[in-house]
Ligand binder design. Structure first.
Ligand SMILES: C[S@@+](CC[C@H](N)C(=O)[O-])C[C@H]1O[C@@H](n2cnc3c(N)ncnc32)[C@H](O)[C@@H]1O
Length: 231
């Protein structure tokens, strides 16, 4: 029996169909998450289109704490970016999934396709946000932390939401399944949160300035301390 088609736009396809379900007035659209432990979890993908009042406290606090110019890394359908844009911030939503980028553009955002390591900023950002499970993109990739140093102004901040180990269903890697598709596996970051803390503390470019646990996630804030050369 053949396995799923591994595709970078699996999540975007799910978002597109979820948006259609939302337009039909449906209240639930399944998001199927698979763990390498064999466990499968089902959530409501409509949350990726939710407005501020329905976000978890961690995400409300993160977005409230952003500066005037924000990079939203792994922006999905753009729920946080839309709120930031409506509040008068300049926001660049970035995503590696071309269908997610299309969904965001259709919703009125100037979304960029790509990942943080290759992202080129017009001017330094005040804040980089990694929300909705995207702390994994930061905690698991030393290159991503270096990219943050390059993209932030001195005094600028990274705000990342990292899931707790209790949410890992006994697995170390996770991926999204939709129809015949699967996203690439992503390492779940919870187990590395303390390693990440040590890694940041040994770097002169950053200082940890916030470490706030919520029900199922921790919001980590790191501040860029000193000037680094921009190429
Ligand atoms: C679980 S969704 C979260 C979306 C959004 N932050 C939210 O909370 O609504 C994760 C998003 O990160 C994107 N992503 C995964 N790896 C990425 C990478 N290396 N660079 C940029 N985006 C990435 C996925 O395509 C997906 O849209």
């Amino acid at each position: 029996m053949s396995g799923p088609v591994v595709s970078i736009d699996t999540f975007g396809r799910l978002l597109r169909r979820t948006e259609q379900a939302l337009e039909r007035g449906e209240l639930f659209f399944p998001e199927v998450t698979e763990w390498d432990s064999g466990r499968v979890a089902v959530g409501n993908a409509l949350r990726y289109f939710a407005t501020f009042e329905r976000w978890p406290d961690s995400q409300q606090d993160a977005v409230d704490a952003t500066g005037p110019v924000v990079l939203d890394v792994g922006a999905g359908a753009g729920r946080h970016a839309l709120h930031l844009q409506a509040s008068g911030r300049i926001v660049v939503p970035l995503d590696i999934d071309p269908v997610a980028v299309e969904v965001m553009r259709d919703r009125g955002l100037d979304a960029h396709l790509g990942d943080i390591v290759h992202h080129v900023a017009v001017a330094p950002y005040d804040t980089l946000i990694f929300l909705g499970g995207n702390g994994s993109l930061l905690v698991n990739a030393p290159d991503a932390l270096m990219a943050c140093a390059r993209l932030l102004r001195p005094g600028g901040r990274v705000i990342a939401e990292v899931g707790h180990q209790s949410m890992a269903h006994g697995g170390a890697k996770v991926r999204v399944r939709f129809e015949e598709y699967a996203s690439p596996w992503i390492e779940y970051a919870a187990a590395r949160l303390d390693t990440f803390r040590t890694m940041v503390e040994t770097r002169s470019e950053f200082r940890i300035t916030g470490w706030r646990p919520y029900r199922s996630t921790t919001l980590v804030t790191i501040t860029r301390t000193e000037a680094v050369a921009h190429p």
